[in-house]
Design a protein around this ligand. Structure first.
Ligand SMILES: *Cc1c(COP(=O)(O)O)cnc(C)c1O
Length: 385
């Protein structure tokens, strides 16, 4: 298997996924909010000590729910990093928000909290920290600033499920949080996500918004005698068949995280010599952040080296990839008046970062092969201009 192709990602099963999916089908409750959805939500609420978790069809839809719950009106501003996935921005843009992109820290690649103050105006209503690679943003700086300025904090914790910042689980620190269970994340069900909040007002409204703007959840609890249209909303709840799959994954959360930690450590040990020689840099994990080992990335010296190293690895069967095209320099970002040069750290990192294959079933020998190829690339002088 040693010379086989190594994909970037590979979905996996670890326990009773297929059995639970069959149970869900046979139980004749395959729509949303069924028994497996409830089990997933209860497990996450208890484990992460959060008042309410609602499964959603994706992290994207959880973010859209958060944007609705913030009552964003056209012209309101939200502050977010540009170095992120498009959904962080689209959820708010759909409500008519103006996007204020801030630069990232060069160490964790998270939103630079020292840049927030200058990005906040009279129109700002929310800050959207994105916990890149499952490493917590500096919430100790972000939360007090948000409280002082009366802003909501919505954590994009798509990559941060089961990771902690000063002991608190990511996604449970701000006013609302959003998780992803997409097949590229740590715990998966194909497409899926969750909305999290502690706030009792949001709790009540979130279940309405998720159920097409109806009070159907209250009807099922017997709190109202008929259900009707009470708010705006959409269909943000996943089938219980997907929740069944997810529940099996959540039952093995510790095992999945421990395995990912071993993969991470193997990459780290194998690539440390190259980092010591100054050929590349490895991820930074601050001591107060307990990671979930969502990804392993390296940052090489310049864009040309990255292009050559990606080609070198992919030609040899290793599907290493890069991301993100910064949102502020994308076609949509440019229509908002953003230009190259405005967010230098984001632009620099986005041209030099490489994500290495990382998934539950990746073996130590596959990690060694990836690392050896990277070493061979640099030893062969391929890195020069
Ligand atoms: C994966 C990801 C999303 C989107 O998650 P979906 O569940 O696919 O909608 C949003 N934000 C970040 C930072 C992500 O990594």
């Amino acid at each position: 298997m040693d010379n086989g192709y190594i994909p970037f990602n590979k979905p996996f099963i670890i326990g009773k996924e297929l059995y639970y999916v069959a149970q869900s089908v046979l139980s004749a409750h395959t729509a949303g909010d069924g028994p497996y959805s409830r089990r997933c939500e209860a497990l996450l609420e208890e484990r992460f000590s959060v008042a309410q978790v609602l499964l959603t069809t994706s992290c994207t839809s959880a973010l859209e729910m958060a944007a609705i719950l913030c009552d964003i009106a056209p012209g309101d501003e939200v502050v977010l990093p540009s170095y992120t996935f498009v959904s962080t921005a689209n959820a708010f843009l759909l409500r008519g928000a103006r996007l204020r992109f801030v630069d990232i820290r060069p160490d964790t690649l998270n939103l630079d909290e020292t840049r927030l103050e200058e990005a906040i105006s009279d129109r700002t209503v929310a800050i959207i920290p994105v916990h890149y690679a499952g490493i917590g943003c500096e919430m100790d700086a972000i939360m007090p600033l948000a409280r002082q300025r009366g802003l909501s904090v919505i954590e994009d914790a798509a990559q941060g499920v089961n990771a902690r910042y000063r002991g608190a689980y990511l996604g449970t620190i701000g006013d609302m949080g959003a998780y992803s269970f997409h097949e590229t994340k740590n715990f998966i069900c194909g497409e899926g996500g969750a909305f999290l909040t502690h706030d009792p007002d949001f709790v009540r409204r979130a279940e309405i918004v998720r159920e097409k703007g109806t009070n159907r959840p209250q009807f099922f609890r017997g709190e109202v005698d008929k259900y009707t249209w009470v708010d705006i909303g959409s269909s943000y709840l996943p089938s219980d068949m997907l929740a069944a799959f997810l529940y099996a994954q959540l039952e093995h959360m510790d095992e999945i995280t421990a395995k990912r930690q071993r993969i991470y450590a193997a990459y780290q040990a194998a690539l440390q010599p190259l980092a010591s020689q100054g050929l590349l840099s490895l991820p930074t994990i601050p001591g107060h952040c307990e990671p979930n080992h969502h990804m392993f990335y390296i940052v090489v010296g310049d864009h040309a080296t990255r292009t050559r190293l990606l080609a070198y690895l992919n030609q040899r069967g290793v599907n290493a990839v890069f991301h993100y095209v910064p949102l502020h320099t994308s076609p949509v970002g440019q229509t908002m008046g953003y230009r190259r040069g405005m967010l230098p750290v984001t632009e620099d990192v986005s041209e030099r970062l490489i994500r290495l294959p990382f998934f539950y079933e990746l073996t130590e020998s596959e990690v060694s092969r990836v690392a050896e190829l990277i070493a061979a690339f640099f030893a062969g002088g391929q890195a020069g201009a």
